[in-house]
Design a protein around this ligand. Sequence first.
Ligand SMILES: Nc1ncnc2[nH]cnc12
Ligand SMILES: [Zn+2]
Length: 530
Amino acid sequence: MADDKVYISANELLADSFRLGNMVLESGFAPTHLVGIWRGGAPVGIAVQELLEYHGVVCDHIAVRTSSYSGIDQQTPEVRVFALGYLIDTLGPDDRLLVIDDVFDSGRSIEAFLRELALRCRHNMPRGVRIATVYYKPTRNRTALKPDFFVHQSDAWLVFPHEVNGLTLDEIRRHKPEAAAILQRAPMTDFASAVDRADFIAGLPKAELHLHIEGSLEPEMLFALAKRNAVAIPFESVEAVRAAYEFSNLQDFLDIYYQGMSVLQTEQDFFDLTAAYLARAEADAVRHVEIFFDPQGHTERGVAFAVVIGGIARALDAARARGVTSRLIMCFLRHLDEAAAEATLDEALPYLAVIDGVGLDSSEVGHPPAKFARVFARARALGLKLVAHAGEEGPPAYVHEALDVLGVDRIDHGNRALEDAALVARLATGGMCLTVCPLSNHKLCVVDDLAAHPLRRMLDAGLVATVNSDDPAYFGGYVNANFVAVADALDLRRDEIVALARNSFAGSFLGETDKARHLAAIDAYVAQAG
Ligand SMILES: Nc1ncnc2[nH]cnc12
Ligand SMILES: [Zn+2]
C-alpha cells in the first residue's frame, strides 16, 4: 500500500550519512579503504568519506556493484559482484575496510561482496572489516552478518531520494513535488536528439500568421537599398547594424525598426523585400502566410500607399503561382491617433481586393485597443478580418478590450493573458488563436529566458497557440528557428510541435477546404516521418 512507504528526502539522507560518519569516527575505526555498494551506498559513502576526511581520516574509496539473479534452483537469488579489480590490486591484510550501503535489508549484497572479495584477495583480505548503513532492517536479515554502524532501524518500505521508478505519478506528485515538476515531461521522448527534432520541424508544413514584412528587412538588404536609393543610414557595416540589435523592450526595437524603413522607397523595394521573405519562408516549409504591413510608416515619409501595396501584392502573386498562399493585413500604428488610422483605412479602400484584414501594432502600453474602436468597427463593416497585438507588453485588460471592444478574430502575442485565469478560460473556450513569437519575446525581454516562455502553459491550457517570427531580421530567426528554439527550451514533444503546426492552419483566414488540405498534409508528413 502506497501509505506504508517512507519517503526519505535528500537532506535527511545527507544528514544521516554524516551521522553515520560520526559513529565510525567515534568508534575509533579508521578505514584505509571505503567501499560504497552501488547504487544506494554511493551517496552515503561519499558523505561518510567527506566527513572522515574533514576530521583527518583520509582513506581510499570506490564503489562496487552487486546484482541479484535467479540461480539454477530458481528459489534463492544469487548475487553477482562486479568491479572488484581495484580493491584486489590495492588491499593488504593490514588494511581496514569500511563497507557502506544505504540500507541493510537481506544482507545478501554485502555478504556476496565480502565472500567474493575474500576469495579473490586470499591472504591480502583485510582483517579489519566493518559494515555501516543508514537503515537496518533486522527482520529481513538472511545472513549471519549485521551492520557495525547504523542510524535507523526500520521495517518500512523505504523510498530513497533518487527513486522514481516503481512509483505512480500520483506518489511522485505528492511526495516528490520537485521531481514531479521536472519529470512531467520525459526529455526527448519521441526524438532521438535535438537534431532529429529540428529536422522534423524543418519539413513540417506550417503557416506563419504573425510577420511584419518591414521586420524581414535583413541588414544586407538595408545596405543594398540604402545605396540604391541614396538614403543615408547611421551604420558603417552590416555587422554594425546587427550589433545595434540589442533591445531591452518593445520601444527600443520600434525606434530602430522605423528608422530601417527609410530605405524602402520604390515599388521594386517592397517587391524585393516581400519576395525575399517569401523565399525564406518557403525554405521553412511555410505553405501559407498572413503578412502585416505598416502603411503609416511609409506614407508619413512621403511614400505613396500605392507604391507600398503594389510591391507587396506583386510578390505575393508570384509566390501564389509557386503554391504559397497568403493574406495581407494592414496594421494601424497605435502610437498615432485614431484619425490617422481612419485616414489610412480611407486610403486603403481602392485596394480592398488585396487587403484581407486590419491589425494594430507599435507601442502597446498607453495605447489600449479601445482607442481604435470606431476604425475597427468600420473595417469589420467592410468585411475585413480583425486582429490586434495585445498582451505583448500590455496587461490582460488589453486582451479583454481587443475581444470585447474591437471584436478581433485573433490575438497577436497574448502572453500576458496567462495572468488572468478567467481570460485564459475564455480564450480556450472560444478557440481564439494566439500568434506567439518566441524569439521576439526573448529579444524584447517579454520573457527573460526562453525556458520560461509561456507557450507550454498555453498549450496545456488548451489555447490555440501558434509559432511565428514577428520581425525575423531583428530577432534572430525565421519561423523554423522560432520552433526549434522554443522546442529546445521547453523540450516540446512531437505531438505538441504538430499541434502548433495544425493550429497555424486552423487559426488562419483560409477557407475550410484549404485548411483541411493543409491539415491532411501535416498528417501525411507525420505518418511518413514515422
Ligand atoms: N512585436 C511588435 N509589437 C508591436 N508592434 C510591432 N511592429 C513590429 N513588430 C512589432
Ligand atoms: Zn508583431
